[in-house]
Design a protein around this ligand. Structure first.
Ligand code: ADP
Ligand code: MG
Length: 228
């Protein structure tokens, strides 16, 4: 589902984002990405989304060679990639319902299906009763639930989460991780950047540790290669 071969990204003035990263993630896998601040985690995620171009190497996501994807093809490729960020990034001038429906309208889903799909997602994240609310009226955890519903409504093959619990308390973080785990159990391939090492240990999923732009460990069941 994800292949990175010798991928490097150098920013201006020789600042290394990542260097010579090799990573293979199979369909249906759940992978945590951990490592100190500045170790290249977000750079890796942005490269997978083609928000950044690599300085070198080859990137394949869901069968698309990202290096070769043209600008006009990018929306079609991204349709199959859900994203969740630390800061939620909801549209604050729209309701919860519309935030999730928007992703469906963009891909021209028929109106009757939009309603069905949005309600299904709201039910999955436990927010059916808040469908009319404005994101500003919700707690951080609730906003992140909406963001997850939005990321999943188009049934993406891959879900990329960059510090999805970075702004949340411990209990809420666990709830959010459970939702991401549920998406994975339903078949979505998942990559989650996190600093929450307690959760990483509990969940016992494959965990990649990054340091200075390189992958320094890749362990099967929640082990990691650095101390916070
Ligand atoms: P992490 O997400 O692990 O904290 P990042 O991928 O954001 O790390 O950053 C990796 C390195 O690349 C850091 O040294 C950071 O300062 C640098 N970097 C990230 N984004 C940029 C940018 N837009 N311009 C220049 N340097 C950047
Ligand atoms: Mg980051």
């Amino acid at each position: 589902m994800i292949i990175m071969e010798n991928v490097s990204k150098t920013y201006a003035k020789d600042i290394v984002g990542i260097s010579n990263v090799n990573l293979h993630v199979k369909k249906g896998e759940f992978v945590f990405v951990v490592g100190k601040s500045g170790s290249g985690k977000s750079t890796l995620m942005k490269l997978l989304l083609k928000e950044l171009e690599p300085t070198g190497g080859r990137i394949v996501v869901n069968g698309n060679v990202m290096n070769e994807v043209k600008r006009r093809q990018l929306p079609f490729v991204r349709r199959h990639i859900g994203v969740v960020f630390q800061d939620f990034r909801l549209l604050e001038d729209r309701s919860v319902y519309d935030n999730i429906a928007f992703a469906q309208k963009v891909i021209e889903t028929p109106a009757k299906d939009i309603k069905k799909n949005v309600l299904k997602m709201l039910s999955m994240v436990g927010l059916l009763d808040k469908y009319k609310a404005n994101p500003k009226e919700l707690s951080g955890g609730e906003q992140q639930r909406v963001a997850i519903a939005r990321a999943l409504v188009n049934e993406p093959d891959v879900l990329l989460c960059d510090e999805p619990t970075g702004n949340l308390d411990v209990v809420t973080s666990e709830e959010i991780m459970k939702l991401i785990e549920l998406a994975n159990k339903q078949g979505t391939t998942v990559l989650v950047v996190t600093h929450n090492l307690d959760i990483v240990q509990q969940m016992k999923q494959r965990t990649i540790t990054m340091s200075e732009g390189k992958i320094i460990s890749d362990m099967a069941k929640g082990g990691f290669g650095y101390e916070d």
